[in-house]
Design a binder for this molecule. Structure first.
Ligand SMILES: *[C@@H]1O[C@H](CO)[C@@H](O)[C@H](O)[C@H]1NC(C)=O
Ligand SMILES: *[C@@H]1O[C@H](CO)[C@@H](O)[C@H](O)[C@H]1NC(C)=O
Ligand SMILES: *[C@@H]1O[C@H](CO)[C@@H](O)[C@H](O)[C@H]1NC(C)=O
Ligand SMILES: *[C@@H]1O[C@H](CO)[C@@H](O)[C@H](O)[C@H]1NC(C)=O
Ligand SMILES: *[C@@H]1O[C@H](CO)[C@@H](O)[C@H](O)[C@H]1NC(C)=O
Ligand SMILES: *[C@@H]1O[C@H](CO)[C@@H](O)[C@H](O)[C@H]1NC(C)=O
Ligand SMILES: *[C@@H]1O[C@H](CO)[C@@H](O)[C@H](O)[C@H]1NC(C)=O
Ligand SMILES: *[C@@H]1O[C@H](CO)[C@@H](O)[C@H](O)[C@H]1NC(C)=O
Ligand SMILES: *[C@@H]1O[C@H](CO)[C@@H](O)[C@H](O)[C@H]1NC(C)=O
Length: 823
């Protein structure tokens, strides 16, 4: 206790010294080294750099960085310079040496650690501890070294774990030797630049754990990832050969980090203000099943089973005695060889009927996936037609994965994961399925009979009631259609409205009650007998179209609850009528405000930013947080409704897609959407994903800021849409001109507006992979991610005159960014 008080005093003294010399106390230079009793503190006071000992070995002195006044050093230290060469006494110095390096040297002038960079002598060198906990060495203003480049075992927000596939350079975490000894342990954690990047932990050089492929917002092999981490984690391909993993929390005052413990397990610690201590969270990687290759090749690990390892169907243990004694490392082998393998001719065309795929659900897919940009059906056929392909998996966000080597490190989850399809000879596939097939046939047969008789019964009842002029019943064949889709639905819990009830509420669908025209029919305002206001969407009965959309909307939205999604109150299926009943939104839709020259004035920046953020939260919920993963597919201004407080609610789920499982979900033969909002990959190839929603969101965002429709540039000779216009302004470094003059004249929030436009441009980039995920978008809007990448040219701006662009556009952009972000 007295020790720490003393050092505090000394620190204070030191600070005063520094001040008197005109130096910041977060920086050291060649003339201001620090000794054992001195320290640096970052500007925000969160991190401290200095000398310390751990409670277990007080005679070992280290130079490092830790969270200032946050629990014991064992838990708060994030970086150590001389982890392998501790000082033996308090004679150490941390300084900028003559050769321009940061060094730790002892009383005998022996260098124990050096940053080891080559600096020209005599340049102006200084090292500063930043608010992120990063120690940055600068020579003449250029960064030459960072402590984030040589991390300890701790991964803090804003740090980047990276791998450069061209140079092989890596930034990795390295575990401590033991919980009391910070010297280099045997475990490292970093990114493995596979076809689809993954996070790996290695024991020395052997893989010890892997995360499973990254799907754009999480690792598919970690089903129960902490949502805090999930929100902030992103894996970025900078397209210069570097992949990196980085973490950013919505609220930067939230103290939390991930670390690799001495046993090779990644864990998370969160600072608990109330307890005044760190809370350590259990890791998903802790089960025995998480160990790399626990069950060997073609073995599946399931921690729910008494004997965790089993061979896949069609496989048997390589060594039955070893296997039964619980040594599974040798794995499994095929019972019947695949024929094309027997022939040794890996490229021969196999007989289509000879093979099939066995579907394994909720799987951590094996290591060594190969990747291709195929749609689900092509993915399957491509695998089927190539003898060396032994398994495939498809994920809408990742694409097509296939395997041609031994399948290793497969885990079965009780939720999450991906579906893996294993190639097996028909004979294997059919073996046990005969009885199952019989059962299925019987069940289907019976169901059909029951459904058909029900339909006849109900038809007959309907007729009866119709003639007697009494109440008309719902036709249940439509309901049956929902259910044989195989999708679960809460339809039965969804209130059914009577036709008369809705007709009365809307005064017989009076044109004066019409609110607007949705994609598949008009929407009316109505008032129920109890006074409750509703909006009724009536599917046009004439076209006969739209039932699919209706069913889809009911399926999707009855599952969802979020304050930025419109709420479905019920539906009505009667006679030829299909109607959806929603909560009523008094301020109608966003387009009615945004594109109306007088009403637009009512939308100040606060409103617009609130709308932008609300839409992003609604979308994030659809993409990632709801039980289903949903792509909206038709996001546009007229589908954003506004409640009495101008809070946005996303509506119209007629074209939304539920992801996961079902085929054809990442591809559609029928391109439906709204011109100007559809992403290029969707228009051109029918391919959609979360990133195509992000594109529409970006268009919407730019529309909200500019108050102009994307498509309002028809006759302009220079750019044929808003995106082209925005890009031109961006290149000319005049992007604020995009914003509605109403907003700009207020002078209030130019930084925020610029940031929003920047985010918008990132969302409308041509290449889907460059576009940020919605969680990234939210972090960027909230300024949790400070350094935004430069956007590349948006899609659909080809009409832009290239020759009018300045040549050095990138450097201009970089300048713009730093200007925007400098706070
Ligand atoms: C560290 O430097 C300060 C100021 O130069 C000095 O007062 C103090 O005695 C030094 N401490 C050690 C342990 O050398
Ligand atoms: C260490 O080096 C400094 C300057 O280079 C010198 O003044 C000092 O005497 C040296 N100390 C020892 C113990 O060699
Ligand atoms: C050295 O760099 C610092 C900040 O980078 C600057 O304030 C200082 O003026 C520079 N000194 C010289 C001699 O260039
Ligand atoms: C890590 O690898 C070493 C050999 O390189 C081995 O002795 C040790 O048991 C391994 N640790 C674990 C936890 O598997
Ligand atoms: C961020 O977290 C701090 C402390 O946990 C809290 O006081 C603050 O209100 C939070 N800020 C926001 C914007 O949520
Ligand atoms: C904080 O937790 C660590 C271990 O997790 C414990 O050693 C320490 O005593 C705790 N500190 C306080 C103030 O509770
Ligand atoms: C398991 O089997 C492998 C290969 O047969 C052998 O090398 C290893 O020592 C065995 N492990 C144990 C724990 O028996
Ligand atoms: C099949 O390949 C193996 C090694 O790849 C080889 O030893 C064997 O002779 C080949 N068999 C035939 C029938 O070509
Ligand atoms: C079959 O798959 C292997 C491994 O993925 C690949 O190398 C080979 O080119 C493929 N053959 C054909 C005909 O596509």
């Amino acid at each position: 206790m007295s020790g720490s008080n003393l050092s505090l005093l000394l620190h204070l003294y030191y600070c005063l010294c520094c001040l008197s010399f005109g130096n910041a106390f977060d920086t050291i230079t060649s003339s201001t080294p620090i000794n054992d009793s001195q320290a640096l503190v970052s500007n925000n006071g969160v991190f401290r750099l200095g000398f310390f000992s751990l409670s277990s070995s007080t005679d070992h002195r280290y130079v490092g960085i830790w969270y200032n006044n946050r629990g014991v050093l064992e838990e708060s230290v994030i970086w150590i310079a001389n982890r392998n060469k501790p000082l033996k006494d308090d004679s150490g110095v941390f300084m900028v040496s003559d050769d321009g390096n940061l060094v730790v040297s002892d009383g005998q002038n022996q260098t124990l650690w050096s940053s080891n960079v080559r600096n020209p002598r005599g340049v102006n060198v200084s090292a500063q501890i930043l608010d992120t906990g990063n120690l940055v060495l600068k020579a003449n203003g250029n960064t030459v070294w960072e402590s984030f480049w040589e991390p300890l075992n701790v991964f803090v927000p804003m740090m980047r774990l990276s791998t450069n596939v061209r140079t092989g350079e890596k930034v990795e975490l390295t575990s401590w030797k033991s919980s009391s000894d910070p010297s280099t342990g045997s475990f490292t954690s970093g990114l493995q630049p596979l076809a689809i990047p993954e996070n790996f932990v290695w024991n020395n050089t052997k893989p010890y754990w892997r995360s499973g492929p990254w799907n754009g917002h999480s690792f598919t092999g970690i089903p129960n990832m902490n949502s805090f981490v999930l929100e902030g984690l992103s894996l970025v391909n900078d397209n210069q050969g570097t992949f990196y993993l980085t973490l950013a929390f919505f609220n930067s005052s939230y103290l939390s980090y991930l670390y690799l413990d001495p046993q090779g397990i990644s864990r998370q610690r969160i600072w608990d203000d109330e307890k005044g201590n760190w809370t350590t969270y259990d890791s998903p990687a802790e089960t025995e099943c998480a160990l790399y290759g626990k069950c060997g090749a073609f073995g599946i690990c399931n921690s729910q089973k008494p004997s965790i390892c089993s061979c896949m169907k069609g496989f048997k243990p390589n060594n039955i005695d070893e296997w039964n004694s619980g040594n599974w490392t040798n794995g499994c082998t095929r019972i019947n060889q695949l024929r094309c393998h027997r022939l040794n001719n890996t490229d021969s065309e196999p007989d289509d009927n000879e093979y099939g795929f066995l579907k394994l659900e909720r799987i951590k897919v094996p290591d060594f996936a190969e990747w291709s940009e195929h749609l689900e059906n092509e993915c399957k056929n491509r695998c089927l037609n190539n003898c060396s392909c032994i398994a495939y998996a498809f994920d809408a966000a990742i694409g097509c994965m296939s395997w041609s080597k031994d399948l290793i490190d497969i885990q079965k989850f009780s939720y999450g994961g991906l579906d893996l399809y294993i190639r097996l000879p028909r004979s294997e596939l059919d073996k046990k399925n005969i009885t199952v097939a019989i059962i299925i046939t019987v069940v289907i047969g019976t169901t059909i009979i029951i459904v058909v008789s029900l339909i006849f019964l109900l038809r007959w009842m309907n007729k009866d009631r119709d003639r007697t002029g009494r109440r008309v019943y719902v036709k249940f064949e439509e309901l049956a259609m929902f259910e044989d889709n195989g999708k679960e639905t809460k339809l039965h819990q969804l209130p059914l409205f009577k036709f008369e009830e809705l007709a009365t509420a809307t005064i017989d669908f009076n044109p004066s009650n019409k609110l607007g025209q949705g994609g598949f029919g008009p929407v009316y305002m109505g008032k129920l007998l109890d006074g409750k206001e509703i909006a009724v969407k009536r599917l046009s009965s004439v076209s006969g179209q739209g039932f699919e959309e209706f069913a889809n909307e009911v399926l999707v939205i009855s599952e969802l609850q979020h304050r930025n999604l419109v709420r479905l109150l019920g539906c009505c299926i009667e006679r030829e009528e299909k109607m959806l009943v929603y909560e009523y939104m008094p301020n109608k839709s966003l387009d009615a405000f945004l594109f109306d020259s007088t009403k637009r004035k009512l939308l100040d920046w606060k409103n617009r930013f609130n709308i932008i953020k609300g839409i992003s939260r609604g979308l994030l919920y659809l993409h990632q947080d709801s039980r289903l993963r949903i792509i909206h597919s038709d996001l546009k201004a007229s589908n954003i409704l506004l409640d009495e407080e101008m809070n946005p609610k996303i509506s119209d789920f007629g074209m939304a897609r539920i992801f996961g499982g079902n085929e054809n979900q990442a591809n559609t033969g029928r391109i439906v959407g709204t011109y100007g909002y559809m992403a290029p990959e969707y228009v051109l190839r029918g391919h959609f994903s979360e990133k195509s929603d992000v594109f529409s969101y970006g268009v919407l965002l730019l529309e909200i800021i500019s108050g102009r429709r994307n498509t309002s540039f028809y006759n302009n000779e220079h750019f044929f849409n808003l995106l082209g216009y925005a890009w031109k302004l961006w290149i000319e470094d005049n992007i604020l001109a995009l914003a509605d003059t109403e907003l700009v004249s207020k002078q209030c929030c130019h930084q925020e507006i610029l940031r929003c436009i920047h985010v918008g441009l990132l969302c409308v980039q041509e290449h889907a992979n460059y576009r940020p995920s919605m969680s990234m978008v939210i972090s960027m809007l909230n300024s949790e991610i400070i350094d935004l990448l430069s956007p590349t040219q948006p899609a659909f701006t080809a009409a832009l005159h290239e020759e009018s662009l300045p040549n050095n556009k990138w450097s201009i952009n970089d300048v713009t960014i730093t200007n925007i972000e400098g706070r």
